[in-house]
Design a protein around this ligand. Structure first.
Ligand code: AGP
Length: 364
């Protein structure tokens, strides 16, 4: 990919549109059908070492932190290693316990974010093993890490991250599959995930073909002062990332909550002027998510659902194709990038250069 706009009006639109190819690239040459696993050449972690990992801590900022949250979920479900993600910007300042059996993973598009780099250096100084999940080859974080997985999203010019977010989550799926197959993930589950991964580029293209409909929906919500984003478990980081995207380029205030937390406070905000975007996959939490939609409707809240089929309680539904439940967050994030994009466009915002933000934050 070159830096020219390739016929798009903005880099953000160009980068959103490139995602099917970008995902194809992060998968290329890595799948091993014989053993239903993947090869990650730069990991620098042999099978014996991988089996010794007791916990995984993922560190990143902004969108990369959100990708890390989904990554932690993937690692827990596929590799059954306790995993969590934390903003790298906070990590250093709480004098964290650095445990020799914990594997640390730094996530960064640019590989130059100071808060992430400083966290990596602090960890290295304390003897921890740190991997990088990084887009820019040879960047500071990639060089500092003991090994890692390149995300291969290609150059990302727009200040807000889209294709790199998607590719980072796919890279985490590969890492989780690799760790899982070294541990207790069965051959058939490995195969199931590989088949799911292979479907992603075509399913992403299918979502991108619905852009006109997403634009129509975005225009219906563009006048909102504030928006609520909700999801549960795998859907919650998708809600967090979608709300960040909307804030960054439209300047609409947005909150993201686990749908399960609504009744513990944020339900008080629901009224016709506060639309809710709900992530509603057809998974084991479908009925719970639907109950949350009913609670919102009972308070006259408008609802936009991102789901695998039309949601009766929603005013609008953006339907996305189904994949394996573990991989659903990858696809559910994509219409929400276009939602933020078309909302900001309808509001006349400078999409590629949102106010007060820089592409990479190399100072504290
Ligand atoms: C992305 O839309 C943001 N502009 C921002 O949150 C970004 O993800 C963050 O600053 C981290 O950047 P990095 O991935 O290059 O480390």
């Amino acid at each position: 990919e070159s830096y020219d706009m390739g016929g798009h009006d903005t880099y953000m639109h160009k980068e959103i549109s490139e995602q099917a190819d970008a995902v194809d690239r992060v998968l290329r040459g890595r799948i091993d059908d014989r053993f239903s696993t993947v090869h990650l050449g730069g990991l620098n972690l042999d099978a014996r070492e991988a089996r010794g990992v007791r916990r995984i801590k993922i560190l990143g900022c902004g969108t990369s932190y959100h990708a890390g949250l989904i990554g932690a979920g993937l690692i827990e479900s596929l590799a059954r290693i306790p995993a969590d993600a934390e903003p790298a910007s906070e990590f250093r300042y709480r004098n964290p316990v650095v445990d020799p059996d914990t594997l640390y993973i730094a996530v960064s598009q640019s590989g130059e974010t100071y808060d992430v780099l400083a966290a990596v250096q602090e960890l290295k100084r304390k003897g921890a093993r740190v991997l990088g999940v990084v887009n820019v080859v040879g960047s500071a974080i990639a060089r500092e890490a003991d090994g890692g997985v390149y995300v291969h999203a290609g150059p990302e010019v727009c200040v807000v991250s889209t294709k790199c977010f998607t590719n980072t989550v796919v890279a985490f799926a590969l890492l989780a599959l690799h760790l899982g197959r070294i541990r207790d993930l069965s051959v058939s589950d490995g195969k199931r995930i590989i088949e799911g991964l292979r479907k992603l580029p075509e399913q992403i293209a299918e979502i991108l073909r619905t852009e006109d409909r997403i634009k129509e929906v975005a225009e219906a919500y563009a006048g909102a002062q504030s928006m609520m984003f909700i999801g549960r478990v795998r859907g919650y980081p998708v809600a967090l990332e979608a709300s960040l995207k909307l804030k960054e380029i439209s300047y609409i205030h947005a909150e993201a909550y686990p749908a399960s937390e609504l009744k513990h406070g944020p339900l008080a905000l629901i009224e016709p002027a506060l639309p809710t975007v709900a992530i509603v996959p057809d998974d084991d939490l479908l009925e719970k998510n639907r109950a949350a939609l009913e609670e919102i409707k009972a308070r006259s809240g408008r609802i936009l659902a991102v789901a695998h089929r039309e949601q009766e309680k929603a005013d609008h539904t953006l339907v996305v194709p189904k994949n394996e439940p573990e991989l659903d967050p990858i696809l559910m994030g994509i219409p929400l990038q276009l939602l933020a994009y078309h909302t900001a466009l309808a509001m006349g915002r400078d999409i590629d250069k949102p106010r007060n933000l820089a592409k990479s934050v190399t100072v504290e």
